[in-house]
Design a protein around this ligand. Sequence first.
Ligand code: UDP
Length: 403
Amino acid sequence: MVSIEDYAPIVGKGEVESIKELAKHVEGAKVLHVNATKFGGGVAEILSRVVPLARSVGLNAEWEVIQGDRDFFWVTKKIHNALQGDETVSLDNDKIRIYLEANRRNAFIIPNDAEVVVIHDPQPLPLIENRRSGKWVWRCHIDTSNPNMGVWSRLRDYIRMYDAAIFSLEKYIPKDLAGMKVLIDYPTIDPLAAKNMPLTPTEIQKVLERYDIDPERPIVGQVARFDPWKNPTGVVDVYRKVKKNVEGLQLLMIGSFAHDDAEGEEWYNKTVKYSGGDKDIHILTNLDGVMDKEVNAFQRSFNAALQLSIREGFGLTVAEALWKGVPVVGTKAGGITLQVIDGVTGYLVNSIEDAAERVKLLLRRPWLARELGYAGRQHVKLNFLITKGLKNYLRMHIDLVGK
Ligand code: UDP
């Protein structure tokens, strides 16, 4: 069982004490989190760690997942894409009906006595129609800085029914939520999770050998769902450019299939096709047995991590790589810019060419990669660890229902 005391060696006793102090104000508060998947993607990752930790400091926190069929998750992925700016999506009445009816069928998961209900992302957003009690918060994890207005306007009235909305970056707050309580909260990673805890060199090597990856040759990689916004074909392009100068380079593309991501299979197939059978490109998923420990080992094996997203709400994978002392070459998309400080914790890039040049630089200069990686770990330690996330979480609960 997780205990807040376990974090003292990493963040200090003082930080742990201040968390315990804050928690006293909301002791026993009944909190329910609702999202659309138990597995895959950043929200499931966050909830799987935050909910047990919140319980360990005295909140009565629970996590429920809404159920839906293929049509529902197809519609909700379109809504996700539209909120990130895809102008080709439109929501006709049929799609809206699928969206609302599935939510109405899920209404039973909300207990009568929850004091705080936190709804994550657009999939369960309309559950607010069935509110019976408590304070309701909508936690948006995606980049809504430039949404498709046709779709946004159909969701806005639901959002406005909430007591508060939380976004990952200030620039994601849509202008037409004026008058609503809006908070900013950076997602965080758990240094004690199987995905982030220390591994021995032997453990890392065993994982590499299991997947036929040569530990003696350079490795770059991106960990991300197979999704157009993560730009998997761009990752292959960068690898091809770098490979012209770096013989023996290997590319790892690690992606899980989230249960609520209707496009995963299509984009996995596209990526495999695009890689053209290159034996040094390893495309691996949870279906190949890649779970938290394997992701951890792969990230630790990277000479440089890539995060070439076109849009990125936050990008936990960036914090995960930096925490492991691996510099990140990332695009100037959303949350990546909070984590990659150009020339300090990695490099921010504008193009495939730019990314390839930066990766080459890091491969030629291992000392530079080490310095940036070290700074990256410090940056995460100060700003993006779960203890900090828990403090913000407790403050929000104190604000809503504190004693
Ligand atoms: N992840 C994983 N296995 C994979 C790919 C991703 O466990 O094969 C995890 C990754 O380590 C991170 C989360 O899924 O914890 C992805 O979160 P992020 O915020 O980067 O992106 P999202 O999927 O939420 O858009």
